[in-house]
Design a protein around this ligand. Sequence first.
Ligand code: SF4
Length: 348
Amino acid sequence: MEDLFQLRPELRGGALEVEIRSRSEAFRAAAEQFRFAVTPYYLSLASDKELCGIWKQILPDLRESRDELFHRPDPLAEEEHMPVPGLTHRYPDRALWYLSHNCAVYCRFCMRKRKVSRGESTPGEQDRQRALDYIRSHPEIHEVILSGGDPLSQSDEVLGYCLEQLRSIEHLASLRIHTRMPVTCPQRITSEFCSALEKWGPITVITHFNHPAELSPLALDAAERLRKTGCVLLNQSVLLAGVNDSVEVQKSLNLGLLKAGIKPYYLHQCDEVQGVSHFRVNLEEGLNLAKAIRGRIPGPAIPQYVIDLPGGGGKVPVDSSYFLNRDFHRPVFENYAGLRFYPVGDRS
Ligand code: SF4
């Protein structure tokens, strides 16, 4: 915690210092369960006056270890569908490949808290080869998503190698990279990485901006460097209480993304991950918010509000025929395969 004040000395002596210091127990718990880490750059975006949307995404909170609503460390059942270490194959046509469990910033709402921030659980060279062999031997896989942690916490050399190998597999039609580095460490978008994207493209890069304050000049510059490689740039954000659950913030975020050449793609209902429920916006409020921005910003700036169904059901739009009973207290959803899933309902 002291490092925070060294990096941002102007925080000392105010109400914000008291607020941050009062979380010392949460910082200790964080060291055991889900590490605290932030880049000086991302910290520089946080307000020195109040607990803003940036602080709320990074500061440990005691509610993380006292969650009474969400109990599952892996609600999307990613570990159950892992034929080789570090690769989830749940939908028939695509595979999710975790290249690293490290990130530049550890977001308190992370859906992979069970393993992210534990660098030692990151798949090694041997695991990478096994994952590539698996993908090669499954012609029904048409898309590979590089994820993590943050795949960009691997070196440009490793990333270039993986892209080259994947590009040589005939049955792959699509390569995607999910990364929060343009948001948390835009300096990571190096010319070497951009060259690899250009060389092994076309590639879809999915960023993860949650708040308009994250669209800084450095982040916009990183987005432009990415766009110049010819990649498709999409953004998925998570709906987070106290961070981006207002019409004004959503309008500003999505307009800013569109202006930066990043298409707002998904607005995710917060996953039911143990230790995250204090970030949850209930489904009815989320739906109202999603409706409220329609017609107030251009169509291409509107993300689709989706829920990833607990138990590995997959993603479905919330405002849709997949939401069978429209009962916000006991919601029943159907997934793409016609199976039924029962997310936690609204308590109020
Ligand atoms: S960058 Fe992504 S994977 Fe890493 S902590 Fe944040 S949400 Fe989780």
